[in-house]
Design a protein. Structure first.
Length: 217
């Protein structure tokens, strides 16, 4: 893999995870989906602020400054926005599950691709405590929602929808972004077979984490 391919792969991955963290922060701060009690709102706001910090750090790690970061995100926004639109939550429990799934997608993805991107990108993408706090917040919210609903059936349906839309989003991204295929596999992977195999691993790992909450996926 050439230095240019590695650099492009790093930029594409940084742009994707930056934009996803922005969407996580926006979701956590939506008043119609989040808590209204100040005692609950403060820790959620802190976690949202950490997601925004991860967004800005990823953007700052893209060579060329703000203009380059915005350009790198342009081909990514449509598949990501469609995922967030198609999985719009109906309640706080579903909101928590969605951000938990997105954070786990990031965690599983980074663990598999970090060796294929330049060091500066890898250092920025390295999973941090903030990512685990999103996962913990989401997990706690899901468990609470299941208890209040006297069962996991409704949440399980939503979880399956989230995982299905995650698969659709992932496929759209690798089709549109050759650099993401390099990030996933270390090669161009023109026929998408190796990229699809990595994505299948990522989604299976995320599904297993969701299943640990008592949901049927």
């Amino acid at each position: 893999m050439s230095n240019e391919m590695a650099s492009d792969a790093g930029t594409s991955l940084l742009a994707l995870l930056a934009y996803q963290n922005l969407r996580v922060a926006q979701s956590l701060l939506r008043p119609e989906e989040g808590p209204t009690d100040l005692g609950e709102l403060l820790p959620v706001a802190r976690i949202a602020a950490e997601a925004l910090t991860r967004f800005t750090h990823a953007c700052d790690a893209i060579a060329g400054g703000q203009t380059a970061a915005q350009a790198a995100m342009v081909p990514i926004t449509s598949p990501v926005d469609e995922f967030w639109s198609m999985t719009r939550p109906r309640n706080l429990g579903e909101q928590r599950l969605r951000v938990m799934v997105v954070a786990n997608l990031e965690l599983e993805l980074v663990q598999r691709v970090i060796e294929h991107v330049p060091e500066i990108a890898g250092e920025t993408l390295e999973p941090a405590a903030a990512l685990w706090r999103v996962i913990d917040l989401g997990s706690q919210g899901v468990v609470r929602a299941i208890e209040q609903a006297d069962g996991p059936d409704e949440m399980s349906l939503y979880a399956r929808r989230l995982l299905g839309e995650s698969a659709v989003m992932s496929q759209r991204l690798v089709v549109r972004q050759p650099a993401l295929r390099v990030a996933l596999t270390g090669e161009s992977d023109d026929n998408l077979s190796a990229s699809t195999a990595v994505l299948d691993e990522v989604l299976a790992a995320v599904a297993a984490r969701v299943g640990q909450l008592g949901l049927s996926v």
